[in-house]
Write a protein that binds this ligand. Structure first.
Ligand code: SF4
Length: 273
């Protein structure tokens, strides 16, 4: 695919982005646009919703129906959009802090309802926009501006939270594994129900610098070295998997969506009248 093919999906007047040079947010956004393009989805039938944070700025740069909303409320707004326009592909673009901390409650309940949303979690393991504070996915012992001697709180595993809450498509890749990321986002967009794709991405400005991993390219190299496929992880001890990023498709389930159940209820009530 030629990159020019994606220009039609951009609001070029809003570029350049505010993102630091080399930020992985650009890679994840491109993967999303490539997935939309390869699936041949109409951008007029797409809605992209975000909250607050570096990655949440993505909705300003793309030429879909977009909503840039309140901190942590992207999933709630997206739920409203999907109820109003069930014919739309509704996508949430947001960071680990926005979706799993401030918006954690909305996230688990969207998964529980199995409402037909695609939620792309840009997980850079830190709050980038506000200065590098600990987020719910910062690993133990890693340094952040609010944990200068190392984080003491165990992190959320986005994949496990999503599956436990009821999401029916759950996958994870890193920005190093770009083709995989495109593939998973395509499957998420094609899935009926709540689909969660965790995109592990680099905030070299804070996470990489505080933890002495290095610049953007060194962080991407770090993801390459520290990722393990789901298949391989099944034969590796828990000790060896410590601090590793497990990538793959973790859960695919065909189950009635919120709209399926709602439609059935309306039909039942109508028959009684
Ligand atoms: Fe990206 Fe981090 Fe810069 Fe934000 S602060 S744009 S997440 S590198």
């Amino acid at each position: 695919m030629k990159v020019e093919a994606l220009l039609d999906y951009l609001r070029s007047e809003r570029w350049p982005t505010i993102w630091c040079p080399g930020c992985g947010n650009g890679i994840v956004l491109k993967a999303f646009l490539q997935a939309v393009h390869e699936l041949g989805l109409s951008k007029d039938k797409m809605a992209a919703v975000s909250g607050i944070g570096c990655s949440s700025r993505a909705t300003g740069y793309i030429d879909f129906n977009t909503l840039h909303t309140l901190h942590g409320r992207a999933v709630a707004f997206a739920t409203g959009v999907k109820l109003a326009r069930p014919d739309f592909h509704v996508v949430v673009l947001g960071g680990d802090g926005d979706i799993l901390a401030i918006g954690g409650n909305h996230f688990i309940h969207a998964c529980r309802r199995n409402i037909d949303l695609t939620i792309i979690v840009f997980n850079n393991m830190i709050y980038g926009m506000t200065g590098g504070q600990v987020s719910p996915t910062t690993p133990v012992e890693k340094v952040a501006s609010t944990a200068p001697f190392g984080n003491t709180e165990p992190p959320f595993d986005t994949v496990k939270v999503a599956i436990a809450a009821g999401a029916t498509y759950v996958a994870r890749a890193t920005v190093y594994h770009y083709p995989l990321l495109v593939q998973y986002i395509k499957r998420a967009l094609s899935h009926r129900g709540t689909a969660v794709v965790e995109a592990v991405t680099n905030c070299h400005t804070y996470y990489g610098r505080y933890n002495r991993i290095g610049d953007a390219s060194q962080m991407i190299e770090y993801f390459k070295k520290n990722s393990v496929t789901l298949e391989r992880a099944k034969n590796v001890s828990a000790e060896e998997l410590k601090d590793k990023i497990i990538i793959g498709e973790f859960h695919v389930e065909d189950k009635p969506t919120f709209h399926d159940r709602y439609k059935k209820l309306v039909e039942t009530i109508s028959r009684k009248e």
